[in-house]
Design a protein around this ligand. Structure first.
Ligand code: LLP
Length: 421
């Protein structure tokens, strides 16, 4: 008998892997990524950069699974890393050190040493104490460290306060007014070689205007630094381009890149090497989180759908009140009633929710897909409540590959020790 829940067969030309099959094979909660979607987003950047001296450095923090890094490495991407751990990951997939930039406000001595030994293209330096530390390490090892100073252009990216980074009140970057002097200081350090300048104004930015403001300020600064006789080879505009989670309308990747590059050309900087460090816009809409409805719990004030993925798996709603679309994997064709649900996880916190006030027709055992879960999703997951982290799968053509095994409970406390009796 044909199940009323059976989805229509996909067109014979399209290769696809049913999510129900993946849930059965790998269990839930399960992250599923699409290689085709990763490739498509990367190509949009690469094609828009073609013919210009512009390049993409994928911000590894958004999704650092080795399979994701491997896809981008093979496509020719560079990488923007923020820790020794991320350095190890990109080296593991064979990244060319000349295509690695090292960002972050709190680089430790050992992280700087490892990156210097690896021969990364550039350290993005965020403060004078960091500049002094890197200089000392480079001098002690007889190496030259290539640097770019991250400048805080003080523009309002109009995004969530936790992911806005280019305002004076943020911890990031060297203050705009102090940058020229910082460059002079850097130029006097013989174990450092200044190669660039960078900024990053925030994340999930859906408007180009703040970028153009930042670009104008950066160009003004570059001109004053170069007037001091210091050459700036590249300008790194950071990442931050937003994606559509709900009803946002961010510019297309190609529009974003073309607009910035043509603005540069208009300002007489068309020759300059440009770096982009996108994370979310490369991976965000290339992944979903599959979760199973455990219980439906009707209530006077609220109906709850309790699912098997929690805030430990997907922290963005709890942390930023972020919206992720939640869609049933199979639509009920019987008379399952629609109701208004808060979709919540099993974690013992009221903040443990994936979606609020969603109209859904649900039964226990149903699968839901949390969409736009390719960026800052698995990467921010934790083991809170001693919950093993989800498995990750990548679909490539008609094949699905396990790219991270589900953790076991034993692994979670394998490194712990009790006191002697
Ligand atoms: N470059 C730097 C220096 C960054 O700090 C970031 C992100 C990026 C590039 C990449 O930005 P993207 O293109 O992904 O917007 N956990 C938050 C997002 C934090 C972003 C941190 N920095 C979230 O889930 O929304």
């Amino acid at each position: 008998a044909v199940s009323p829940l059976k989805p229509p067969a996909p067109p014979s030309s399209s290769k696809s892997v049913p999510l129900t099959t993946l849930a059965r094979q790998f269990g839930t909660p399960l992250y599923v990524y699409s290689r085709a979607a990763l490739t498509c987003a990367y190509q949009a950047y690469a094609q828009a950069c073609a013919g210009h001296n512009a390049k993409v450095y994928y911000a590894v923090k958004a999704n650092s699974n080795l399979a994701v890094l491997d896809v981008f490495a093979k496509l020719g991407a560079g990488f923007d890393i923020v820790s020794g751990g991320e350095l190890a990951r990109v080296l593991k997939v064979g990244a060319d050190p000349e295509k690695i930039v090292f960002s972050g406000v709190g680089k430790s001595v050992s992280e700087m040493q490892s990156a210097l030994n690896a021969g990364v293209k550039c350290f993005n330096i965020e403060s004078l104490p960091e500049l002094h530390r890197l200089h000392e390490i480079a001098a002690n090892t007889g190496k030259t460290a290539r640097v770019s100073l991250r400048v805080n252009p003080d523009v309002d990216a109009k995004t969530h306060a936790y992911i806005s980074t280019g305002l004076k009140s943020n911890k990031f970057g060297i203050a705009f007014d102090e940058a020229r002097a910082a460059y002079r200081t850097a130029a006097s350090m013989e174990s450092l070689e200044i190669i660039g300048i960078d900024c990053h104004i925030g994340s999930q930015i859906t408007d180009i205007a703040p970028y153009l403001d930042a670009l104008d300020k950066m160009l003004e600064l570059i001109e004053s630094i170069e007037a001091d006789g210091i050459k700036i080879s590249h300008l790194d505009m950071g990442g931050g381009l937003g994606i559509c989670y709900d009803a946002e309308t961010p510019p297309a990747i190609s529009t974003f890149v073309h607009t910035l590059l043509s603005h540069l050309a208009k300002r007489g900087h068309g020759h300059r090497e440009i770096l982009f460090e996108p994370g979310r816009s490369l991976v965000g809409n290339a992944g979903i989180l599959l979760t199973k409805v455990e219980y439906l719990k009707p209530g006077a004030a609220k109906n709850f759908a309790i699912v098997d993925a929690g805030m430990n798996d997907l922290a963005r709603p709890a942390m930023y009140q972020a919206y992720h679309d939640l869609i049933p994997v199979l639509q009920h064709r019987d008379n399952t009633p629609q109701a208004l649900y808060d979709v919540v996880g099993p974690v013992c916190e009221s903040g443990d929710w994936l979606g609020r006030d969603r109209t859904l027709a649900l039964k226990s055992g149903d699968l839901l897909a949390a969409r736009s879960a390719g960026a800052y999703s698995f990467a921010m997951s934790s083991n809170y409540n001693t919950r093993p982290r989800a498995a990750e799968v990548m679909v490539a053509g008609e094949h699905a590959y396990l790219v991270r095994a589900r953790e076991t409970v034993e692994e979670l406390f394998a490194a712990e020790m009790r006191l002697p009796d």
